[in-house]
Design a protein around this ligand. Structure first.
Ligand code: FUC
Length: 825
């Protein structure tokens, strides 16, 4: 009976309140989690848990964001500098394999490849005998950031609620029952660490330990968890590290966690004092009051954006079933839920003052997780932060900005020691200790580009917020990232272009090198990233009136000239023999190459160097490359493809990628998808695909990278009617859009900075002050390929790009003003 009632109520709530899409923001299931990828995540940026929801045995797998193996260290290879000329010589002599092997031996780190992020341990709540339960549901309400479990057993309804408080820094669990004296359970802990102790002191269950030594870096992070229950009636006894609660009416369990980590070079913190202080502050506070303040803090962020794509009867079903059926049955509300789940995850794992989202956000049950669950900065970490600005969660990037700042310090040593260069460098991985040397073998690790890519996040933050104080504070970081390339770029012999060498198009081996080496010179992504960085620094220099005086010896004007000069000597983007955008400096692309990375499309997304309006040939070529690469791939790679198709203005193809991604993960090797808990499967679980899809859905609805705001640029046919509220656009605008029959009905623009708002729309709009746009949008720094476009071969049968006919408008706005535009009838 209950089982039926809940979904029916849910459907009515969903169907009846088109305007309140928040109602449907719930992941729910009719059985406990069978494994970790079915458990539900909660987190406050530092403390996190995966909730399994077993009636007889509840498992809460716990994480604290600073539990990492090892200790402060750096991993530069001191032999790099001496061997750099030889590696370059080999690359220029087309001996790419020899170059790569030498780079592996002499440039990549010979000390360590980065430390793993680790689990804290597990909390178990066992309810003896609760096996023959009925009317079971468990859920995660992402509009309140509270999880719950509900079932009946022997006529009593049991309800559990869980959250990780954004206000009080503790995890809280409440156990309730419909009849007094029904809460009887045992509480115990375990941990996968080697060095630990579980004890009971002063009415608390305490886990202490120290993290692992890894790759010869001694494990020195001390961690602690304190667990303390508070009962309404009943008795609580402790023995041998196990709490026994007997016949309570209700129990609230407060969980505090801490480590001695202070920052990447300081682990002198007092974890016991910190943990105790936090616990004492929260302990005894009323559960509902704590919950209300947590939810209020969460909603302040979360409620900035709402998305309603409509609801179908699919919304009746448990979430796992909806995921299983998404590719076959129209379920727009699931797409909206998935979009908002990405925002939920970002708020829950990336709070100001904490660590940035790792490959798994903050949720990891292992000691040695896949790729160490650290930071892979050749796409994955960046992808984690693609949704933050556009989906109105700017603050969530704060931990990333903190890490970039740290890397600009540690990376300075790497630049000097490894390459004899000024500025700062980071290779394709880093960790909590902010190592910046070359990690893994050169096939993936010989990639000195992360400092430059990460710097674009600083610029993007400015683009969206117009925060000049932020730009001024971070300008030196961007500038020093650029300075590295001024020193590092080298003239290649065939055209005399200035190129990154050694470099690579992430993790891909061109066929021309024998298919077994990635180490090359001047590949397209490297050129695009340097172009992006230099042009952003030049733009920032203009905005800050010539940079910051006294910051560098040569003066900002001279440095700006150097950047312009250097840019003029770099390779242009080139269109190759298959009409593709070349991935490499030479025309080496193989149209059958279906590699997951599509690095040469960086200029399309997240970059803005390829545009249908400014560079139609490159736009066409990028599209051709993407078609060759195919749709099916690992999780994050499909999310990136979704973003590409959105930027290519093809909403239906973007939606196809969403269907591929929002598909229950299968056993098919190398095929990504989604687990039942909505986590992205690389496989294994990797959170980047969640964030990439959230950003991609935003790109389907709104784009602002090309000097104007494009409203509904890539709306798929299936999303006929809908409303999105609160998306952000570059230039400091907040937008609400409603559409019907796949066309804009109303557009509300709020200007947070004042100034000109240029709008592109497929339908004619009317509204106060709206005028047809004047002037052109060309980017003064942009340079199109000078090499002639080769003859088009058989690949030309690909459909030519047909652009929608659109209108371009200008609207002058004053700060704080909101203007509503409507479709012209
Ligand atoms: C990059 C990718 C892999 C994986 C790893 C964590 O190296 O090529 O697919 O996502 O990061």
């Amino acid at each position: 009976m209950n089982r039926l009632r809940t979904p029916l109520i849910l459907l009515f709530a969903c169907l009846a309140t088109f305007t309140n899409a928040q109602q449907c923001l719930r992941l729910w299931y009719d059985k406990p989690a069978a494994d970790w990828n079915a458990a539900l995540p909660i987190g406050n940026g530092t403390l996190a848990a995966m909730i399994f929801g077993g009636p007889a045995v509840e498992r809460l797998q716990l994480n604290e964001g600073t539990v990492w193996a090892g200790s402060p260290n750096q991993n530069n290879n001191p032999e790099a500098l001496a061997n750099l000329p030889m590696v370059r010589e080999l690359v220029f002599a087309n001996k790419n394999l020899e170059a790569m092997n030498l780079a592996s031996a002499k440039i990549m780190s010979n000390t360590n490849f980065g430390m793993p992020y680790q689990s804290m341990g597990d909390l178990y709540l066992s309810f003896p005998g609760h096996n023959a339960y009925k009317a079971y549901t468990r859920d995660l309400n992402i509009s309140t950031a509270v999880a719950s479990v509900k079932y009946t057993f022997k006529g009593v309804t049991y309800t559990r609620e869980y959250y990780s408080s954004l206000c009080d820094s503790v995890l809280v669990v409440r156990l309730k029952a419909s009849k007094p004296k029904s809460i009887s359970c045992n509480i115990s802990m375990s941990t996968p660490h080697q060095k630990y102790r579980i004890s009971d002191t002063e009415g608390m269950l305490v886990l202490t330990g120290v993290t692992e030594t890894h790759e010869r870096q001694s494990g020195k992070v001390r961690f602690i968890t304190q667990v303390k229950p508070l009962l309404k009636n009943g008795r609580c006894t402790v023995k041998d590290g196990v709490f026994s609660i007997d016949k309570a009416d209700e129990a609230t369990i407060y969980i505090s966690m801490a480590t001695n980590f202070v920052n990447y070079k300081d682990i002198s913190g007092d974890e016991v004092a910190k943990c105790t202080r936090i616990l004492n502050r929260a302990y005894g506070k009323d559960f509902d009051k704590l919950k209300a303040s947590h939810t209020a803090a969460y909603q302040k962020l979360f409620n900035r954006v709402s998305l309603d794509l409509g609801t179908t009867p699919q919304a009746l079903k448990p979430t796992d079933q909806r995921i299983r059926e998404f590719a076959k049955v129209n379920d727009p509300a699931l797409a909206a839920l998935y979009f908002q789940f990405g925002r939920y995850l970002l708020i829950s794992c990336s709070e100001p003052g904490g660590q940035p989202a790792t490959l798994q956000g903050i949720w990891n049950e292992q000691i040695l997780p896949a790729w160490d669950s650290k930071y892979t900065v050749n796409i994955n970490t960046e992808m984690n932060y693609w949704p933050s600005e556009v989906t109105n969660l700017s603050e969530m990037s704060d931990p990333l900005f903190g890490m970039i700042k740290d890397l600009s310090v540690t990376g300075r040593e790497s630049a000097r020691e490894m390459y004899g260069a000024r500025g700062w460098v980071t290779h394709h991985n880093t960790d909590i200790w902010r190592v910046t040397g070359g990690i893994d073998r050169a096939q993936s690790g010989m990639w000195p580009m992360a400092g430059a890519w990460l710097s674009r996040h600083l610029w993007e933050h400015y683009q969206f917020t117009g925060d000049k104080v932020f730009l001024q504070a971070n300008y030196p970081i961007m500038l020093e990232a650029a300075r590295f390339f001024v020193d590092f770029l080298v003239k290649e012999p065939s055209h005399g272009w200035l190129v990154v060498c050694p470099g690579s198009s992430p993790e891909n081996n061109p066929k021309a090198t024998g298919g077994n080496a990635s180490t090359v010179a001047g590949c397209t992504m490297d050129n695009q990233i340097v172009f992006d960085l230099f042009t952003n620094v030049l733009a920032a220099t203009d905005i800050l009136n010539g940079g910051i005086k006294g910051l560098f010896n040569t003066g900002s004007k001279a440095f700006a000239d150097t950047l312009r000069n250097t840019l003029a000597q770099m390779p242009p983007m080139q269109i190759g023999q298959f009409s593709q955008l070349q991935e490499w400096m030479n025309d080496w692309d193989d149209p059958k190459d279906q590699h997951r990375h599509i690095s040469h499309l960086f200029g399309l997304y997240p970059g803005n160097q390829i545009s249908p309006y400014r560079t139609p040939e490159l736009f066409d070529a990028a599209r051709t490359s993407l078609i060759y690469r195919g749709d099916i791939s690992t999780g994050w790679a499909m999310a990136w493809r979704l973003c590409f198709w959105a930027r290519l203005l093809d909403g239906n193809h973007a939606y196809k990628l969403l269907q591929n991604q929002l598909d229950l993960v299968s056993a098919e090797p190398k095929k990504g998808g989604t687990y039942t808990n909505m986590f992205c499967a690389h496989p294994p679980f990797q959170i980047d695909g969640n964030f990439g899809c959230t950003a991609g859905i935003a790109e389907m609805l709104l784009q602002s990278q090309d000097g104007f705001i494009f409203v509904l640029p890539a709306l798929p046919d299936v999303w006929k009617t809908g409303t999105v509220k609160g998306l952000k656009a570059r230039g400091g605008f907040e937008l609400d859009i409603t559409w019907k029959n796949n066309a804009v009905e109303t557009l509300k623009i709020k200007s947070l900075l004042g100034g000109l708002c240029r709008i592109r729309s497929a339908v004619e709009l009317v509204g106060k002050g709206l005028k047809p746009a004047k002037g052109d949008n060309s980017n003064p720094y942009y340079r199109v390929a000078e090499t002639p476009k080769p003859l088009i071969s058989e690949k030309a049968q690909l459909k030519p790009v047909v652009l929608l006919e659109t209108q371009l408008y200008d609207l002058k706005m004053v700060l704080g003003e909101s203007i509503v535009l409507t479709r012209k009838i």
